[in-house]
Design a protein around this ligand. Structure first.
Ligand code: UDX
Length: 432
């Protein structure tokens, strides 16, 4: 099928590439002409495993093309996906201006029946607003259907999540667009659930909030484990084997971050408030997440006492492993808190150093280190802030020799406490 995707950010670009990969003819639109030039030249604006190969392969075959003209994109396909940002505003609500702008651009370009599919994460009832806006601004008075089709991809695993989804959610007002939507997704061989449009929009916020809740739950258990002398990893294994609970998203640490969970939680709390519901449970999820960071910083200050003029090595800047994304990264937040206490930092991340420099500038108190094994040189202690697999291969012998004292604060529970103690480390992790 011929498909148009408006917005070539994480969601739009990965979705476009995967649709092309299964045989659809895809045109990706972005109003940033420089980005479109970059994509046409084979450049990829984000790091995402497998994406570059997928984009280049499908661009070479002609199934994936790029334009900065919304009108061209809208006219080429019957199905137009909206995948533009929905950033948070200072009060936690969602900034809908990008979506509204695209709705007006579609209205100006549309001359015949279209299915307009919202893929961005949006508040419930956005579909109605998009339909209303297009109808209001469309001079041609054409017929259209608006569909909600949320994505559930994780950064770092986006290509895999899209090629092998757990489920496809299609939210509709009428049955008319269902056949076309099913045709688009048939090659992905996933269960398809067709709902009303409001439910589809809620599914996205409800899913992300539940996952965040699961992490805060295990982090709350971690605090109890520390006080009681238990091991949160063993507790997570023990409860996770219950199929009704599941082991995934039960890793305790310094809390969740990223461009989705914090934003979606705030948005969901705000959306609930606007329709008269006080979602106290989610406020508690946020509070536990903030506490988790404070407890970890306290662990560091309790051990090192005064941080002023101490040098701390920090492994990890990205909000999680396998990504260069530092938006709402707990690792960066931790660095900022340590700097505020007067510490000097030597920091490293396998992929996120370039993006981190913009929010954690290099200077007298922050040194970026290219080799993870050199981070500990001249430091008083080492901190693990992101769950990168490769940190498990850290040269512990070299770090032991380099540090003033062999102290490791493991904010992601990557190492085994008993082994670290056997090697002579003062090792502090989370909930163990
Ligand atoms: C998330 C959802 O997983 C995805 O379905 C949705 O579409 C977008 O939001 P993403 O933001 O890419 O994806 O990150 P995710 O892998 O969910 O991790 C989010 C945060 O939770 C990270 O900071 C991670 O370190 C943390 N996390 C995750 C934990 O602290 N413990 C866990 O057990 C899992």
């Amino acid at each position: 099928m011929k498909l148009t995707i408006i917005g070539t950010g994480y969601v739009g670009l990965v979705t476009g590439a995967c649709f092309a990969e299964v045989g659809h003819e895809v045109i990706c639109v972005d109003n940033d002409a420089a980005k479109v030039r970059m994509l046409r030249g084979g450049g990829i604006p984000i790091y995402e495993p497998g994406l570059e190969e997928l984009v280049n392969k499908n661009a070479a075959s002609g199934r994936l093309t790029f334009t900065d003209s919304t009108a061209e994109g809208v006219q080429r396909s019957q199905v137009v996906f909206i995948a533009v940002p929905t950033p948070p505003q200072p009060d936690g609500s969602v900034d809908m201006s990008y979506i509204e702008r695209v709705a007006r651009d579609i209205a100006a370009a549309v001359t015949e029946y279209k299915i307009v599919v919202d893929k961005s994460t949006v508040p419930v009832k956005t579909g109605d607003k998009v339909a209303e806006t297009i109808r209001r601004y469309c001079k041609a008075k054409v017929d259209l259907d608006v569909v909600s089709n949320p994505e559930f991809l994780r950064e770092g695993f986006a290509v895999g999540d899209l090629m092998k989804p757990d489920r496809i959610v299609i939210g509709v007002r009428s049955q008319r667009p269902v056949a076309a939507m099913k045709e688009i997704y048939t090659p992905f061989q996933a269960p398809i659930i067709v709902t009303d449009i409001n439910s589809a929009e809620l599914i996205k916020h409800a899913a992300n909030s539940f996952l965040a809740l699961k992490i805060s739950y295990i982090n709350a258990i971690a605090a109890i484990c520390e006080a009681a002398g238990a091991n949160v990893q063993e507790v997570a294994d023990g409860i996770g084997l219950d199929e009704r609970i599941g082991r995934r998203f039960l890793n305790a640490g310094i809390g969740f971050g990223g461009s989705c969970f914090p934003k979606d939680l705030s948005a969901f709390i705000k959306i609930a408030e606007q329709i008269g519901c006080d979602f106290k449970l989610l406020k508690e999820v946020q509070r536990i997440n903030a506490d988790q960071m404070e407890r970890f910083v306290k662990k560091i200050t309790d051990t090192l006492w005064v941080l002023k003029d101490k040098t701390i090595g920090v492994l990890g800047l990205a909000f999680k492993q396998n990504t260069d994304d530092v938006r709402s990264s707990p690792a960066i937040e931790l660095c900022q808190k340590l700097l505020k206490e007067g510490a000097r930092l030597r920091v490293h991340d396998p992929k996120a150093m370039e993006k981190a420099r913009a929010i954690l500038p290099e200077g007298p108190n922050v040194t970026y280190v290219g080799d993870m094994n050199a981070v500990a040189d001249g430091c008083d202690a080492l901190v693990v802030a992101t769950e990168w697999e490769e940190f498990k291969k850290l040269d512990l012998e070299r770090a032991y020799e380099s540090l003033a004292h062999p102290i490791l604060f493991d904010g992601r529970n990557l190492f085994v406490p008993a082994e670290m103690e056997k090697l002579g480390w003062i090792y502090k992790s989370v909930g163990r």
